[in-house]
Write a protein that binds this ligand. Structure first.
Ligand SMILES: CC(C)(COP(=O)(O)OP(=O)(O)OC[C@H]1O[C@@H](n2cnc3c(N)ncnc32)[C@H](O)[C@@H]1OP(=O)(O)O)[C@@H](O)C(=O)NCCC(=O)NCCS
Length: 169
């Protein structure tokens, strides 16, 4: 498995995900949004910038989905990265989510000086919690009624990895 930059040929699939609740996954579906945002950001910076980026997850030449992350400032001289993942439905439940998030952790710690990376997921998203735990992330907190989705306020679980907690290869 490898992470690679988004190419023009990935854009249709990425756009489709945001008009298809099954494709993006129930926990990421917040109603229809403007899918052309992907294309605009691709034209601007190939979806790679200091503040927010997207990489495709690929296995044997097949795109399985994508990972993305944002920089969150935590002080005048500090920041963390918060990331997310979405695999296409056919590639879920095969261990790829866990492997992809560990790869992303290795990538972020290798190519930036960030000290802490984190991911939040809904309390009901057991697959993502298990995938994060298998990748070496630590469950840190439950954030009550943190996000609004599909008619209800949802509890989230926050996971973290500090640079020294990155599992050895
Ligand atoms: C969440 C996601 C990234 C997890 O990746 P994955 O490849 O499907 O998960 P993995 O195969 O690595 O397995 C994770 C674990 O969860 C378990 N699991 C998977 N689906 C489950 C479910 N619906 N309920 C309970 N456990 C589940 C698996 O059995 C596995 O545990 P195990 O190894 O102890 O058996 C992937 O399913 C996905 O993209 N989902 C849609 C988008 C999404 O929810 N993203 C995260 C939003 S914050």
């Amino acid at each position: 498995m490898r992470l690679r930059p988004v190419t023009e040929s990935d854009l249709d699939r990425l756009e489709e995900m945001f008009v298809d609740p099954d494709a993006i996954g129930v926990f990421n579906w917040g109603g229809f949004t403007d899918g052309t945002v992907w294309r605009k950001r691709f034209e601007e910076n190939r979806l790679l910038s200091e503040d927010r980026s997207v990489l495709m997850v690929e296995l044997d030449g097949t795109a399985l989905g994508f990972v993305s992350w944002n920089k969150i400032r935590t002080g005048q001289f500090s920041h963390v990265f918060e990331f997310g993942i979405s695999l296409w439905p056919a590639h879920r439940g095969k261990g790829h989510g866990s492997a992809a998030q560990l790869q992303l952790a290795r990538y972020l710690f290798a190519h930036s000086t960030v000290h802490r990376i984190q991911a939040g997921t809904e309390l009901d998203n057991i697959a993502e919690q298990r995938a994060l735990e298998k990748a070496g992330f630590t469950r840190e907190a439950v954030l009550r009624e943190y996000s609004f989705r599909d008619g209800a306020w949802r509890d989230e679980v926050l996971y973290r990895m500090l640079r020294p907690e990155l599992p050895m290869p």
